[in-house]
Write a protein that binds this ligand. Structure first.
Ligand SMILES: Cc1ncc(COP(=O)(O)O)c(C=O)c1O
Length: 408
């Protein structure tokens, strides 16, 4: 069990009044708040150790390099990757998925297929659209059944033509968690490479890339109590060895001649230029923080909040909730609409009550087209949210409904 009152003290940003109401922050799927431990780690790095990594021999350069590489080891352990060679620092999930899709361009040819799902975030759609456009491969979608991934549809489309399967571990709109281990086994049976967008799962549950047996796994620091501008691409060594670097320049080279160059070994061949040292160190501090709470306890806490709030939301007449009703399949994300009120108006009304939720298409326009809604509001929960936050959300929705004369 998480001691949420203690946790909240680690997040000074939460202790503020917004529109005369105590802030209730429920926009965690967009980005999470950062604990003091992360802010202090970044500060400490800049106050004491800042220097460029992998080049200087002076003391600060050695300290900075050691901290940066220690951060990589912390991430390796966190996701149980076999080796730090397989842990690449990137700008975030978007960059990580773009790198994999660039690799796919080296492999795909006409007649091949890439299988994704209709619930993907744009960053797991557009890189594949581009890879398919350039190679003549076909982008094929798996659709939904009862608000979750339709596994029969997936099985029927997973043929030998499929060279890559790329799926969200948890949807940022529907909140559903996909059975990645099972899907990876199916993908491997037809010889496909399995790519996972872990942006919405890594912050909330234990990730073990060896147990999942995925070939690539992407996530972002800022959605898991870490800083912005840093993320990770895990890839199996056998693929990373084959994969060409995506960016070229300083740091990633072994030797450079007038007309050619050779690359450093993994993971550095992918990290061109001065990396985001403070970001990596901040992300490692976030991982230490989350692990001190326990990933299983974090997942259980969010499950408890969802089990508490979901039935209360269901009772609100005129509120449409998207995604599976089977709470066992859900993470801490709930997208909804209130009657025909525009979600932006709904989010503004909730903000008057101090409740911060996201409104819009959530970078998942194909999903919203499929659901036949232009936009939704979305509440998303994290380690510092309480049942009182859930009650405040429900009260604010009821007040909004009353304000608009309960006309839905
Ligand atoms: C499921 C999913 N994938 C990818 C992303 C992109 O993450 P980032 O913007 O950190 O690159 C997000 C962010 O909202 C997301 O929710």
């Amino acid at each position: 069990m998480l001691d949420v009152e203690v946790i909240r003290k680690d997040f000074p940003i939460l202790d503020q009044i917004v529109n005369d109401e105590p802030l209730v922050y429920l926009d965690n799927a967009a980005t999470t708040q950062k604990p003091l431990a992360v802010l202090e780690a970044i500060n400490r790095y800049y106050e004491r150790d800042n220097a460029n990594v992998h080049r200087g021999v002076h003391t600060l350069a050695e300290r900075a390099t050691a901290s940066y590489e220690a951060a990589r080891e912390t991430i390796r352990k966190f996701i149980n990757a076999p080796s730090t060679k397989e842990v690449l620092f990137t700008r975030g999930t978007t960059t990580s998925l773009n790198w994999v899709a660039r690799y796919a361009e080296e492999i795909l040819t006409e007649g091949d297929q890439v299988l994704i799902s209709i619930m993907e975030h744009h960053s797991n759609i557009i890189p594949w659209q581009e890879a398919c456009r350039k190679t003549g491969a076909e982008l094929v979608y798996v659709y939904l059944k009862d608000g979750a991934l339709d596994m029969d549809d997936l099985r029927s489309k997973l043929t030998a033509k499929v060279k890559f399967v790329s799926l969200a571990h948890a949807s940022n709109v529907l909140g559903v968690v996909n059975p990645i281990k099972e899907i990876t086994q199916l993908a491997h049976q037809v010889g496909a490479i399995m790519v996972v967008d872990g942006a919405q799962s890594t912050p909330h549950m234990k990730i073990d890339v060896q147990d999942l047996d995925v070939d690539f796994f992407a996530f972002s620091g800022h959605k898991m109590a870490g800083p912005t501008g840093i993320g990770v691409l895990y890839g199996k060594e056998k693929y990373l060895e084959q994969m060409s670097p995506v960016e070229f320049g300083g740091e990633m080279i072994d030797f450079v001649y007038e007309q050619s160059a050779s690359w450093k070994e993994l993971p550095w061949k992918f990290e061109a230029g001065t990396p985001n040292m403070a970001g990596a160190i901040g992300l490692a501090a976030a991982v230490d923080y989350l692990e001190s709470l326990g990933m299983d306890a974090i997942e259980a806490h969010e499950q408890e909040l969802i089990a508490y709030v979901y039935p209360k939301l269901q009772e609100i007449e005129g509120l449409t909730i998207y995604g599976s009703q089977d709470l066992a399949q859900r993470s801490g994300v709930i997208a909804f609409n209130l009657g025909d009120l525009h979600p932006h108006d709904l989010a503004t009304a909730l903000d008057y009550e101090g409740v911060a939720v996201r409104a819009g298409h959530h970078c998942a326009q194909p999903l919203l087209q499929y659901l036949d809604v232009p936009a939704t509001a979305r509440a998303s929960f994290y380690i510092y949210n309480t049942k009182a936050d859930c009650d405040k959300l429900v009260d604010a929705l009821l007040k909004t409904k009353e304000f608009f004369n309960g006309t839905f």
